[in-house]
Ligand binder design. Structure first.
Ligand SMILES: [Zn+2]
Length: 159
């Protein structure tokens, strides 16, 4: 007869263990590795920003901005290559294309909508692919912060 009391007491880690909790935190999109790297690089270059703020937009729900410089109205988004359809790395999983393609296209459409809503509210939007070099990304952000004015155009936000 198996010793049930022994196997039951061996148990499994509770979901609330520190390891699981930190893993769940790491899975939140705004805490992905590439975004953390960018935030660290910006911080060590002397830039101060706010993370994950809600920007009120007339006529629609507030927009969540990953990395925001509210004083300059500059919004930075770090986009994952798969979820946001980067031209270099995008690939629709063949096995279930009917499911993925519309889902990914909706993401891209939502990104465009968020960008145009913010721009309509006077923000400069910088979208950075997760595959982009961090130093280059910091330079792009720096050029937006340094040269930003409503009359200077928004070239710094192009990618
Ligand atoms: Zn990519």
């Amino acid at each position: 007869m198996p010793d049930r009391s022994k196997s039951a007491s061996a148990g499994y880690p509770f979901p609330s263990s520190p390891a699981v909790t930190s893993r769940m935190k790491a899975n939140r999109s705004r805490d992905t590795g590439p975004e953390l790297n960018l935030r660290r690089a910006l911080h060590s270059a002397g830039y101060r920003y706010r993370v994950n703020i809600k920007v009120p937009i007339d006529g629609r729900r507030p927009v969540n901005v990953d990395i925001a410089f509210p004083g300059k109205r500059v919004a930075v988004f770090m986009d994952g290559c798969f979820w946001h359809g980067c031209r270099v790395h995008r690939s629709v999983p063949i096995s279930n294309e009917g499911y993925w393609r519309p889902k990914l296209e909706r993401n891209v459409a939502r990104d465009r909508d968020v960008t145009s809503s913010l721009e309509g509210a006077g923000w400069t939007v910088i979208r950075i692919w997760e595959h982009e070099d961090v130093a280059t990304a910091v330079e792009r952000i720096a050029s937006c912060l340094g040269s930003y004015s409503r009359s200077s155009g928004l070239a710094c936000s192009e990618r």
